[in-house]
Design a protein around this ligand. Structure first.
Ligand SMILES: *[C@@H]1O[C@H](CO)[C@@H](O)[C@H](O)[C@H]1NC(C)=O
Length: 414
């Protein structure tokens, strides 16, 4: 049997490049006969950061094809399912789509997250793909205590959280769809310039450069912020697809199905196309995927700051009160970060004229988050072994070294 054909939607700016790196590695045998990646961005020239590796893969791997397309159009999505001449139909679909910017409006979330995924899901069901793996980001607020397993009723966070979660219900409602949901922690990894952990790396480097402690606004409680490396996101998605393919949805539901609980405003049901009724019991295979670090705000802060030769501290009560009273605290904080980072990239030798990295922390990155997931079910059911189980100086170094190599990270004389 020849290796599968794979169709990847979205995620060029988040994690889909990592999956492609697994499927058609720079060195070694590809795991697929053909893989097509479809997203709204151009890659030549790139209209989003795509890292140094992806263009190399595009140039050197005949199995890999990139298509720029408008995914809000159903007919366009359908046409993407037609394989190239001489190739058989797509076996697996990986769905990374959805608006990840946290401050987008409800209308944007409905159009770009729910409806896009639903259209892809409907087409995938029609084409009878063997696996449809949906990547879910940690847009939730969990409890710091508890089992953290997939049965726990966790609260979608903000507008993005509500509609990303609703998307899971909409996909779960497609009966013939061989759906698996992989719900990940805070992702970081090589060539990933998105997300809170990436922000923490850049900002910690600024404090290291300024030789000042990095201070958090949030008290040193046990705020879990579980993490996961892109290598494991890629490996985990692949494991999901392979697990689902021989089973089919019914069997997979009975082995790993979870109720996707309604967490929306009931009145939206009549306004949003394809939104299942609030009382409809929807079940889909769902797995959490995080590393074994049990990361917390404190542990991530300490790992990053010690890597850059400084310390992680918490503002004391008085400082904190002053900060919170100042409405422009976010801008104040960012002035320091951005100023420091600018100094670093302009004094770099060689200079860094362009970098996809920034030390600006948006409101989401500065807010307090609690996300704790157990990876137990995923590891047990699929037999997957984590490749990067711990967030350490080494995993951070790998990320920074690759940015240095491609000229995105300042080279400073110590
Ligand atoms: C994508 O298609 C939608 C629907 O036709 C349209 O409103 C939107 O402007 C298109 N986006 C781009 C970037 O062309």
């Amino acid at each position: 049997m020849s290796p599968p054909n794979v169709l990847v939607f979205g995620g060029l700016n988040t994690c889909s490049r990592a999956l492609v790196g697994l499927l058609v590695p720079l060195e070694g045998e590809p795991l697929v006969s053909h893989v097509r990646v479809v997203d709204k961005f151009s890659v030549e020239p790139p209209t989003t950061y795509i890292g140094a590796e992806f263009p190399k893969l595009l140039r050197s791997k005949p199995e890999l094809e990139y298509r720029q397309a408008n995914l809000t159009v159903a007919a366009t999505i359908a046409s993407m399912f037609d394989p190239p001449e001489g190739q058989s139909a797509y076996d697996y679909v990986f769905d990374f789509t959805g608006e990840v910017q946290f401050d987008r409006t409800e209308m944007i979330q409905i159009d770009r997250t729910c409806q896009v995924a639903r259209m892809i899901g409907l087409e995938a069901a029609k084409r009878k793909v063997k696996s449809y793996v949906r990547l879910q980001h940690p847009f939730y607020e969990t409890s710091a205590k508890g089992s953290h397993d997939e049965k726990e009723d966790i609260k979608p966070e903000g507008v993005a959280g509500i509609w990303w979660h609703e998307t899971l219900r909409m996909l779960a409602a497609i009966e013939d769809l061989n759906l698996v949901i992989l719900r990940i922690g805070y992702v970081y990894g090589p060539y990933t310039n998105w997300g809170s952990i990436t922000s923490a790396i850049t900002v910690a480097s600024v404090y290291g450069h300024m030789k000042k402690p990095m201070k958090s606004m949030w008290s040193p409680g046990k705020n879990p912020t579980h993490t996961v490396h892109t290598t494991d996101v890629a490996g985990g998605l692949w494991a999901c697809a392979q697990w689902m393919a021989p089973l089919g949805r019914k069997e997979a539901d009975s082995l790993a199905g979870e109720v996707i609980i309604f967490h929306n405003d009931k009145s939206k049901t009549s306004q949003v196309e394809g939104m299942p009724a609030p009382d409809k019991k929807l079940i889909a295979p769902l797995f959490n995927l995080v590393d074994d670090s049990n990361s917390t705000l404190l542990s991530v802060g300490q790992t990053m700051t010690s890597f850059f030769g400084t310390t992680f501290e918490f503002f004391n009560l008085l400082e904190n009160t002053v900060l919170k009273l100042k409405s422009d605290a976010v801008e104040d904080i960012n002035e320091h970060h951005v100023g420091g980072w600018t100094e670093m990239i302009t004094t770099s030798n060689p200079p860094i004229p362009n970098t996809p990295l920034s030390a600006y922390m948006d409101t989401y990155a500065l807010e307090k988050h609690v996300v704790a997931f157990s990876n137990k079910k995923f590891l047990e059911v699929t037999g997957y072994k984590l490749k990067q189980p711990q967030l350490t100086h080494e995993t951070v170094k790998e990320v920074v070294d690759k940015w240095k190599e491609e000229g995105s990270w300042p080279m400073l004389d110590a």
